[in-house]
Design a binder for this molecule. Structure first.
Ligand SMILES: Nc1nc2c(ncn2[C@@H]2O[C@H](COP(=O)(O)OP(=O)(O)O)[C@@H](O)[C@H]2O)c(=O)[nH]1
Ligand SMILES: [Mg+2]
Length: 377
């Protein structure tokens, strides 16, 4: 993809970059990047140490995430084509919120893309000792899917770890399940499933798999951040938060029913309380996404608006995903006339005489957030 040599700062560089973000001091456009992702405890740092043959990354020995920052390690510093291995934090509700983890990974990838570095691929690690794909394991896989996009997955290696800790037949069964269910879509699009057996040769073989692939199309999030200059918060990955919320609400419903039927004990009440906290935290994060989204809308409009007539309208949005779609539909009205969405999505006409000199300021938010109050100003 063509990139201009010199350009002004992108929006993400202004809004998302933090002084604490670590990056290579001397990025080169000959560098090859391989990112290692997966839940905390999956064995990412151990994999990297095994690959390097020495302890370069800190290995976690408790439940807390050891790698809350994105860290990079240069495998062959003297080579013309350096291989940069990137250790990423997992999405695991311990130290940082999902949005912050996402920001750190996205910003690192965006900076590497901006510097002309080449992403060779991503290794996603999954502990074969996990009995089921639930909780953080599920969330990490969803985030990963959204980050990379599932359309083209040639540059993804899905590696299972900790084989030494499971009986062979149980491991085989779980691996089959992963291939048949959770990894199926990515594998259909070219991702490879392998086992990391804990040896350096196995780690090197996994890296080699990525070098056999052709040059990589930038991961979805890089494209969105740098090329389309979208706000990070409104990327496909950010939308996963809404999916998390659905899951939490479903869980809460089940717990409440249980409590009602069993005249619940202290444990159940505690679980409900903890779940409630998670719901609140997810809602807060979704709240920050909505702000970014409306900022983006405003930016789009600013591009084409002269300072003429101001028209303020109020979109009452029911649920987030559908609501956002409706707002987008409205925003596109001028540009894409007579498309299918007009038949399926436009439910009522608001302006009878729209003019291209009109300025539209959508007010977006949940019911009760104060949209009508804002309109009064
Ligand atoms: N038995 C076993 N333990 C492992 C393996 N890989 C990692 N671990 C342990 O799992 C824990 C988490 O590993 P770490 O590499 O820090 O995971 P990360 O959070 O993904 O970076 C540590 O206690 C490691 O010693 C493995 O292949 N087998
Ligand atoms: Mg680690």
């Amino acid at each position: 993809m063509a990139k201009s040599a010199k350009k002004s700062k992108n929006t993400w560089q202004v809004t998302e970059l933090k002084p604490t973000d670590v990056f290579l001091s001397d990025p080169k456009n000959t560098d090859i990047v391989i990112a290692v992702m997966g839940p905390t405890g999956a064995g990412k740092s151990t994999f990297i140490n095994t690959l390097f043959g020495e302890a370069v990354a800190e290995v976690g020995h408790d439940l807390q995430s050891q790698t809350a920052q994105v860290q990079h390690y240069i495998l062959n510093p003297k080579s013309e084509h350096r291989t940069i291995i990137v250790d990423t934090p997992g999405f695991d509700d311990t130290i940082e919120e999902d949005r912050e983890i996402l920001r750190r990974i996205a910003v690192w990838l965006a900076r590497s893309y901006d510097a002309g570095m080449n992403l060779a691929g991503v290794i996603y690690l999954h502990e074969i000792t996990q009995t089921r794909m639930l909780g953080t394991a599920r969330k990490n896989l969803d985030m990963f899917n959204k980050l990379c996009g599932v359309n083209k997955s040639d540059n993804i290696v899905l590696a299972s770890t900790k084989w030494i800790d499971v009986k062979q037949e149980i491991g085989n069964r779980r691996e089959e399940q992963l291939k048949k269910e959770h990894w199926k879509e990515m594998m259909n699009h070219g991702a490879k499933a392998v086992r990391f057996d804990g040896t350096q040769k196995s780690a090197q073989d996994i890296i080699k798999l990525l070098f056999q692939q052709e040059a990589v199309d930038p991961a979805e999030i890089q494209r969105e951040l740098v090329d389309i200059d979208k706000f990070l918060a409104e990327t496909a990955a950010g939308r996963t938060l809404r999916y998390t919320l659905d899951q939490l609400l479903e869980e809460q419903k089940k717990l409440a029913t249980q409590l009602h039927q069993e005249d619940g004990g202290q444990d159940l009440k505690q679980q409900i309380h903890e779940n409630e906290e998670k719901i609140r935290s997810t809602l807060r994060q979704i709240g920050s996404l909505s702000i970014s989204f409306s900022q983006r809308l405003k930016r789009w409009f600013r591009l084409r608006c002269a300072k003429q007539k101001i028209f303020t309208n109020n979109f009452a949005l029911p649920a987030a995903p559908k609501g956002l779609l409706s707002a987008t539909v409205m925003a596109k009205t001028k540009y894409i006339p007579q498309n299918t969405w007009q038949k399926t999505e436009v439910k009522s006409s608001i302006l009878h005489e729209p003019m291209d000199t009109d300025i539209v300021i959508p007010i977006v938010g949940m019911t009760g957030a104060g949209k009508s109050t804002a309109r009064a100003f």
